[in-house]
Design a protein around this ligand. Structure first.
Ligand SMILES: *Cc1c(COP(=O)(O)O)cnc(C)c1O
Length: 619
């Protein structure tokens, strides 16, 4: 894989979240997971939610939009005051925000009233760390002012420690927060829902002696993501795993060189005067990671025999003298990261983020049950082109889950039972609503799924009614959970391939959709090999499997006779299907737009594309 990348282990994140929420829940404390260290990766938010957090905290708007677009619909808490100009967006996308300034809260109130909503605010109190927060002397006054605003509700009090001045959370200072809360509840005769006692830095106190009475909420990022690499620096908390994030780069040069530079030295590119110790000639490696990507001081090589010598913008220099066998050019070197390195790597656009999730073991890889779900009108065409011998060669066995489906509801039921029985659903229909039903069933059966959609059209027209033109749009945007495919299917995990017809409304909607779109021109420029690999990567990133939808409209079925329409060639279509099969991620396939009166040659071609997607190769 070219370029540096971070592997994100979602199972570790889930397990860390679970360990923390269990201890917190036992003490009556609710936990929000903080995703800002990962730029709001929706896969990470979902892993945290699986691990038991009840909401997500985020500090940046871009990240919150990303979470909402992926269907994360749990409560989201904005962790820092919004700029005044963003008040409308805050009210629209987040349920609750941390605040310390009256003008901001006024703006939020007005924005909420305009939307006919009430926005929850947690008032931040400064207990001495001197970052954000209302000074305790001013607290009563501020509460009194806020209570006059009709668009906001005081959901609680909160504090943040450690971040700026490294003031430690203690029984004394957190006890104060709890006391202020009581005073306010009594004085104003109101009930505060959250007394939010800080970030990961409050966990050591919680483990030692419990938090002061009254604290009932924490906002935890580092300890979930990094397993407390920084928080529990001296005494690790055994229940947490620190290795959810691994940075990997590739060796670009491996050479034996003296350990002292030759010639007069000046300051380096960053204004420092490097100091070296003479250790004779040593084997050195250069890695394709640099200061543009991470803060090298915060990297720890997984292999303890590797030492970091230095870094420039694009290179990391390693001492690999004692590694045996000696690493070769092209090999991968891996690092753990402490929080500053994690932040830098996650925000660097040069570093790819690759979420990984343990795959469910396939029941029996030697034999796969196939559930062919077919529109009844197509029965004759398909029996004239029997592919059962090919399927058998691919180790697919016919299963009792195969059937004719007379409508979308039957498709939904059939796909559901097939997936539950570990059978592979293959839907063949003329009607694209069958596809929608299949996708709905599949998303219900997985925790997270990707989609590769190969078709001439995106079905993403922003229309009010569901139609073949608006099917995917509705599936992603619909309010009702029966129709909606999010959050199991996030737009980030959808790749459209082969698009060549769209309306201007649709193009606009696609532009804002967050999906990966590869038009025919992209395929011309990049080639199908590159396009389909990007699509597979996008669709499979952090998901438990990928659904393939193929519409023959994508492929130029008439090129032989010189009447092409500018679609994919036969060979490109096969290439895409073969690559998808090799990725071994496909959990189901739907094919639409196959009609009972299609030319036999067209039907045969389509069936052979399907066989390629199921793993058929030339040799
Ligand atoms: C970042 C942040 C957190 C989470 O801090 P961690 O140390 O990562 O647990 C909590 N609250 C606020 C206000 C923050 O900005």
């Amino acid at each position: 894989m070219p370029g540096p990348h971070v592997l994100v282990d979602l199972d570790i994140i889930e397990a860390n979240a679970r360990a923390i929420t269990q201890v917190c829940t036992a003490q009556g404390i609710e936990v929000f997971g903080v995703t800002k260290g990962t730029c709001g990766m929706p896969q990470v938010a979902r892993a945290m939610l699986r691990g038991g957090v009840t909401g997500i905290g985020e500090s940046r708007f871009e990240n919150i939009r990303r979470l909402r677009a992926s269907g994360i619909n749990c409560p989201i808490l904005l962790l820092r005051s919004a700029p005044l100009a963003l008040a409308d967006e805050v009210v629209r996308y987040v349920d609750m925000s941390l605040n310390s300034e009256l003008p901001t809260i006024q703006a939020l109130s007005e924005a909420a009233l305009r939307r006919g909503k009430v926005h929850d605010v947690i008032l931040m109190v400064d207990l001495g760390d001197l970052r954000e927060g209302i000074w305790p002397d001013d607290l009563q006054d501020t509460v009194e002012q806020v209570l006059k605003l009709r668009g906001v509700r005081i959901a609680g009090l909160g504090t943040n420690l450690l971040c700026l001045s490294a003031v430690k959370p203690t029984h004394t200072n957190l006890g104060k927060l709890s006391e202020y809360a009581q005073q306010i509840e009594q004085h104003f005769n109101l009930k505060l829902r959250y007394i939010s006692g800080g970030n990961s830095g409050s966990l050591p106190l919680l483990l030692e002696q419990g938090l002061p009475e009254g604290i009932n909420h924490l906002r935890i990022g580092e300890a979930i993501l990094q397993g407390g690499r920084d928080t529990f620096y001296d005494e690790p908390w055994e229940a947490l795993n620190r290795n959810a994030f691994i940075l990997q780069g590739e060796l670009l040069e491996v050479k034996r060189k003296p350990s002292l530079p030759i010639g007069e030295t000046a300051v380096d590119a960053f204004g420092n005067t490097p100091v070296f110790v003479d250790r004779g000639e040593r084997l050195r490696g250069i890695l394709n990671i640099g200061r543009e990507d991470v803060s090298p001081e915060h990297l720890v090589p997984l292999d303890p025999r590797i030492e970091l010598i230095g870094a420039s913008s694009d290179h990391l220099i390693l001492d690999i003298e004692v590694v045996s066998p000696p690493p070769q050019v092209g090999e991968t070197v891996s690092f753990y990261m402490s929080y500053p390195a994690l932040l830098a790597a996650m925000t660097s656009e040069y570093v790819r983020k690759i979420p990984v999730l343990a795959q469910n073991d396939p029941a029996d890889p030697d034999e796969r049950l196939l559930a062919q779900l077919i529109e009844p009108e197509l029965g004759d065409v398909l029996s004239r082109n029997d592919i059962s011998a090919h399927l058998a060669a691919l180790r697919f066995t016919a299963s009792p889950y195969s059937c004719y489906c007379i409508n979308a509801e039957e498709v939904y039921e059939a796909v559901t039972s097939a997936l539950q029985a570990n059978a592979f659903p293959l839907i063949i229909s003329a009607d694209s609503l069958y596809t929608l039903a299949a996708l709905q069933a599949a998303t219900q059966q997985t925790d997270s799924m990707g989609l590769i959609w190969i078709a001439a059209t995106a079905a993403y027209e922003p229309l009010h009614a569901i139609s073949p033109h608006s099917l995917l749009y509705h599936a992603m945007q619909a309010a009702s959970p029966e129709v909606r495919l999010t959050p199991q299917l996030s737009p980030e995990n959808i790749a459209l391939v082969g698009l060549r017809n769209t309306t201007s409304d649709e193009a606009e909607a696609l532009h804002h959709s967050g999906m990966q779109v590869f038009t025919m021109s992209d395929i011309d420029i990049l080639g199908m090999h590159e396009v389909i690999n990007r699509a597979i990567r996008g669709a499979s990133s952090g998901t438990q499997g990928v659904w393939l939808h193929y519409s023959p409209t994508a492929t130029d079925m008439r090129t032989d006779r010189g009447e092409g329409e500018g679609g994919l060639t036969f060979r490109e279509t096969h290439q895409a299907m073969e690559s998808i099969a090799q990725s071994a991620q496909v959990i189901g396939i739907s094919v639409s737009h196959l009609n009972a009166d299609d030319h036999p040659q067209r039907v045969r071609s389509i069936l052979h594309f399907i066989l390629s997607a199921l793993g058929q190769q030339i040799i």
